[in-house]
Ligand binder design. Sequence first.
Ligand code: ADP
Length: 471
Amino acid sequence: MVGILPGFILRYILLNSYETRAISVRKTEIQNQCTILADHLLTYGYLSDQSSDVVNAELEQFSSLYDGRIMIIDDDLRIIKDTYSISQGKIMISEEILRCFDKVSLAKHDKINQYIEFTTPITDKGTGSVVGVILTSVSTDRIAETIRIMGRKATIFEVIVGVITLCFSVFVSANLIRPFRDINTAIIQVEEGFTEEKISVPVYNETEAIAASFNKLMDKMNTLENSRQEFVSNVSHELKTPITSVKVLADSLLSQENVPVEIYREFMEDITKEIDREDKIINDLLSLVKLDRSADDLMNISVVDINSMVEDVLKRVRPIADRAKVELILESIRPVSAEIDEIKLSLAIMNVIENAVKYNKENGWVKVSVDADHQFFTVVVADSGMGIPEDAQAHIFERFYRVDKSHSREIGGTGLGLAIARNAVLMHEGAIRVESSEGVGTTFTIKIPKTHTVTGKQQETRTEDDSKEKA
Ligand code: ADP
């Protein structure tokens, strides 16, 4: 359209202005001729005697030159000369002629019938009065013919330009779009699993950028898929271990005859222990799933006295600590209250303190301190335990990661405690950090904002919940 439309507009403008210009040139030319003719008519006294050969020849020449008709009308409105000899001697009354006797000369263009009509007064130089009128009709056929020829040429030109423009635009657009098509095909192939290869269409910067973003997205999805698979296989393995033990214990009881009651009791105790372990793993998994999902759920936020919350947690851990002969110390540096979800955060702190007790040594200590500044509060859990090797520190928050698998199992660990703690802390937009040196001890620092800001996602669910409540 951009290529073809201007051609049509240009053709219209050019032909129109040519016509206007040609008509106006013709008008001036004929008007001049008519003025000269009027002079001659007076000079030869043609109005009273039409026998002058010179004037008659001039009139004939004029009419054949301009392909027109000349009529001379005297002051009685009689046609004294008609070059077509049709109306000679007749009376001619028309508005134009009457006005011409008032010295108004007119030129009228009739576009439909293609002629121009002129009225020229024949003015007596002596008296200054109009003694007659020259009525001239000139055909504009030739101008119209020229316009037709020009129009035809323009049409041919337009068709050629149109075809070239069309071919050119089809060719260019197909070429411009091809790289985007290629990238789409490549994405579809990856999506349908035909290829694992990274896509690359380095034709434009844009296609390159799209390919790079897509590859990044695929990497992320692969990582997610891998971690999902790993999680599922870890869960299956963890859940299977206690069941296998139970089966082995039960089978060995069944395979023996006349087993003494004490042995039964001992085996049953072991079976109960394994069932407890299975129960713990399932509970931990449920907490973890709940915390994962809670990102979409509503947080149960209230203002909580952090010092007494930590004290409660310590109270619950105390029996385990006493059994392990580990001393629990609470240091409340200042009273702190904050907007938190008490159940989730106390679960996180509980897991960290429990670990500090579990991975401690006999007669060791665990020191928990609560402090705050104007923006954040911190709960620091330091212990005098075995410490965590440097290369393991980056992994301890992963699900099912344990530094020493068999030791952790022995003391009832599931490898999920710190993953749960980390999720709960992140939901409060806080951070959990670990510092440790092997054989000396470990310090976990939990830092949480004192005021809870509702994140976009939570806000959404909150408004949803509000409207549900209202309904
Ligand atoms: P688990 O149920 O095995 O305790 P966690 O996720 O709570 O799982 O902890 C992951 C691993 O990190 C533990 O197996 C342990 O090896 C290590 N760990 C955690 N806390 C401590 C600590 N206070 N001192 C030494 N090691 C720790």
